[in-house]
Design a protein around this ligand. Structure first.
Ligand SMILES: Cc1cc2nc3c(=O)[nH]c(=O)nc-3n(C[C@H](O)[C@H](O)[C@H](O)COP(=O)(O)OP(=O)(O)OC[C@H]3O[C@@H](n4cnc5c(N)ncnc54)[C@H](O)[C@@H]3O)c2cc1C
Ligand SMILES: *[C@@H]1O[C@H](CO)[C@@H](O)[C@H](O)[C@H]1NC(C)=O
Ligand SMILES: *[C@@H]1O[C@H](CO)[C@@H](O)[C@H](O)[C@H]1NC(C)=O
Length: 483
């Protein structure tokens, strides 16, 4: 038995080496790094938001600088039979989505050109930048692109949908796609848009990366970005219920798509030494314009610890000073997601379940966060108005996602780690999900099988079969299940 396993192990390693040797020959040593001690290799390997993925050791890391390079890499990997992974910002917490053990890691970081066409207002960017870098770049034109609310997240976020502060006005990031350059699993390079490869274009708009091919260029509708009235409000735990009620009211009744919130509840591992508290509520309030009027009054009227509302540019909105959230960084992090309607009491039962779990599991987490992510009707209207909606075919809002993040203490034994993950999964499952609404894949754990919650699942399965007919991506890299 041991001998068989050893043989499989050596075989796997040699498949990766075969691909790497070939790629070093065809792309050149500048673009292929097989030395785990090189700084570039170390940077790529360390830079995962779920640091447990840094334990894996790729046979080599490929740094393509063109779609042709990506195509050559895909073909060489295919011929070798090696495993592989495609990495943009490395923020997905699922194992093997953007990490690989003994195989080829394609790090898209060197593929980072970006441009803006003022005559069409279209923005074009390659996948290697973080969204923070993209927001900084487009700010010089007083424009921005739709993407996540924090700077370090990579462009894979758009393929998973991409929830932005501007989504209530312009839909999800993927709704703003106009053309995608894609290296198919065959190695062929195509341009997908509403007119060409429309099915591929559909699947890539929120149906996830890593499935139908590798996107090497995004052309998107940019949006104006002037001044914002934005800040964080921080409350102590005594306000849990009052803030949750105000969030629920905002999700149901806020009439102004220029007003956007993300509401984060944080649980610290122990009572905090300075403030003697272990729960903090952190609101991100963002208004596109100088004067938010009274849209946030239901929040500012609750007694708070700190309010940093100020006039900010879009990059400043993204880099708002967030004293407590600085703790929410690289770690042994795992995501889970829920989806709910605003009209029942799930906003309350979910936060209660989360708080109870936190109380009874002290010592088993380093940090816990719980985010309310509103999906107002203006968002789903804006989604449906562009390209006929995305791969989620989002039902009319308002409804909301909950993003749950569990950071376990470093160095947990596998047994303890599995036990706490099981328990956490049980808590999230106990809250349940609304029927007929899609789970957000950007916030999901692989075992939640989020694509199966999409009304378009059968169509996505067909598209997957068409573009990955021999299951190359299914077999050789991580990603969502289409089975
Ligand atoms: C701190 C933090 C904040 C976040 N905030 C938001 C938010 O505000 N809004 C939101 O929508 N999401 C948010 N997310 C979730 C985030 O969108 C997902 O984790 C997303 O998968 C990250 O993309 P990435 O490029 O950083 O990660 P990666 O792990 O590099 O990529 C994610 C997946 O996409 C695939 N992929 C990446 N690029 C390509 C490509 N060019 N072609 C094909 N496949 C590709 C990868 O193989 C992988 O499977 C946040 C996550 C974190 C950790
Ligand atoms: C890589 O493999 C391909 C396909 O087998 C082959 O045509 C090519 O010559 C190889 N390149 C190198 C440098 O080994
Ligand atoms: C504020 O809350 C009240 C109910 O307490 C609600 O009627 C009103 O619509 C809310 N306003 C906003 C902008 O959320």
């Amino acid at each position: 038995m041991i001998t068989t396993l050893t043989i499989i192990g050596i075989h796997t390693i040699s498949l990766g080496r075969t691909a790497c040797t070939n790629l070093t020959g065809s792309l050149g040593a500048d673009k292929v790094d097989s030395n785990p001690l090189d700084l570039r290799y170390i940077d790529s390997r360390e830079d995962y938001w779920n640091v447990l993925q840094s334990n894996y050791q790729p046979s080599c890391i490929v740094y393509p600088t063109s779609a042709q390079d990506v195509s050559i890499a895909v073909q060489a990997i295919r011929l070798s039979g090696s495993r592989f992974a495609v990495k943009a910002g490395g923020h997905n917490t699922n194992n093997f989505f953007s990490s690989v053990d003994q195989g080829v890691l394609i790090d898209l970081g060197s593929l980072d050109a970006k441009s803006y066409d003022s005559s069409t207002t279209l923005a074009t960017y390659e996948p290697g930048s973080t969204f923070g870098e993209l927001y900084d770049y487009y700010a010089q034109f007083d424009r921005t692109v739709l993407g996540p609310t924090l700077a370090g997240v990579g462009t894979g976020a758009a393929l998973g949908g991409g929830l932005s502060y501007l989504s209530p006005q312009y839909g999800m990031a993927c709704d703003n796609f106009r053309e995608l350059e894609v290296v198919l699993p065959s190695g062929e390079i195509v341009a997908a848009s509403a007119n060409s490869y429309p099915d591929l274009f559909f699947g890539l708009r929120g149906g996830g990366g890593n499935a139908y091919g590798i996107v090497t260029k995004y052309t998107v509708q940019s949006r104006p970005a002037g001044k914002f009235a934005a800040g964080n409000i921080i409350y102590l735990f005594e306000q849990t219920d009052a803030v949750a009620d105000a969030i629920s009211d905002f999700m149901q009744y806020n009439p102004d798509p220029k007003a956007s919130i993300v509401a984060t509840y944080l649980k610290l591992p122990t009572p905090d030494l300075y403030l003697n508290l272990d729960e903090v509520i952190l609101l991100f309030l963002v208004y596109d314009g100088l004067d938010a009027g009274d849209v946030f009054n239901n929040f500012t009227s609750i007694p708070y610890l700190l309010n940093t509302m100020a006039t900010r540019t879009y990059p400043e909105v993204i880099n708002m000073p967030i004293p407590f959230l600085t703790q929410l960084t690289r770690g042994d992090n795992i995501f889970r997601v829920g989806v709910h309607r605003v009209t029942d009491d799930s906003y309350k039962t979910s936060i209660d379940a989360w708080r109870n779990w936190a109380e009874t599991n002290k010592g088993r987490y380093e940090l816990l966060s719980f985010d309310y992510e509103p999906v107002p009707q203006s968002l789903t209207d804006a989604s449906n108005a562009q390209n006929g909606g995305n791969a989620m075919q989002m039902p009319d809002g308002p409804w909301f996602w909950i993003s749950y993040i569990l950071e376990t203490p470093p160095g947990m034994s596998q047994v303890d780690y599995d036990a706490v993950q099981d328990s956490f999964r049980g808590m999230v499952d106990s809250v349940g999900n609304a029927e007929g609404l899609p789970l957000f894949i950007n916030d999901a754990s692989v075992d939640q099988n989020p694509l199966s919650s999409f009304s378009t699942y059968a169509e996505l399965q067909k598209i997957k079969k068409k573009y990955d007919p021999d299951g190359f991506f299914v077999e050789k890299t991580g990603g969502w299940s289409f089975a």
